[in-house]
Design a protein. Sequence first.
Length: 326
Amino acid sequence: MLIKNPRGWELPDSAATPESLFLNRRTLVKALAAGPMLASLPLGLEAALAADPPDPTAVLYPVKRNDKYKVDRDLTTEKAAGSWNNFYEFLAQAGDITDRAAKLPVRPWEVAITGMVEKPTKIAFDDLIKQMPLEERVYRHRCVEAWSMTVPWSGFPLKALVDFAKPLGSAKYVTMVTFLDKDIAPTQRQFFAGYPWPYTDGLTMEEATNELAFIATGVYGKPIAKQHGAPLRLAAPWKYGFKSVKSIVEFRFTDQRPTTFWETLAPREYGFWANVNPQVDHPRWSQADERLLGGNLRRATLLYNGYAEFVAPLYASMPQNRTLFM
Ligand SMILES: Nc1nc2c(c(=O)[nH]1)N[C@H]1C(S)=C(S)[C@@H](COP(=O)(O)O)O[C@H]1N2
Ligand SMILES: [Mo]
């Protein structure tokens, strides 16, 4: 389908497609797939749909579940997990951002490998994923704001990407960077324009190559929904959710510890390590328990979010003080 009109996200605010178009996207996409209706679509609508061409990776899913990673609770429903999201680029608080995030164009999508690597490079996401070993893992996720979910991510170990990137022996950290685009992310141009965009966070190389660190490209047996951070995001389940950067455009290898988005904004509340610990309260609230998305059930929060057997050795020789858990 060749479309010469500007795409939705290239239009100025005043000319942007109204939200209502996106509300009905699913129905419309179905109708489009059926074919003959296309000719009768209004031009603006056609342009809006062009933001989302067919996903060539859809055929890869579902992938085989790796049963090594057990959880002690039921899966969160797809609806509950997909209608309560933190993605500050679209809304500066947790909430249902499905319609806002629908405006994020995820094709084409390039991933840059930069910094201390043998050869800095850029690769199309669709080419990268073909080279990665895909599997499904059911992981728990604990937001620093004391809600949690349990979801089946599909994707690949971050270690596979690190191997692909070939970092130099001197690299000690990997920073993950989200897209920066004021035309797409309303908060990057409005009241929150002064935030330290783009969103970044990072891991040490030991953390990044720990078997738990996972890049999610899918969820619930399908390509990952935009509100969850399409087309690829980190899932580091032993750390508070804000470490798990969404919609990554760059993996940057450095020998200096990065100062991350939340650490820059509120250094007394959020730090680099951010390992989950129910005994170390956030300065403004308790971390002892958490609300399970999809209801009002609460569960006790676990040290390292229940993943101590995999990750506690990483921190054994470090001072077990507050900064390790914020
Ligand atoms: N780029 C970006 N990544 C982000 C965030 C964000 O605001 N922007 N929020 C983080 C926080 S606080 C959480 S809890 C998780 C939420 O992931 P989910 O919406 O898929 O549940 O994403 C993390 N990754
Ligand atoms: Mo969060």
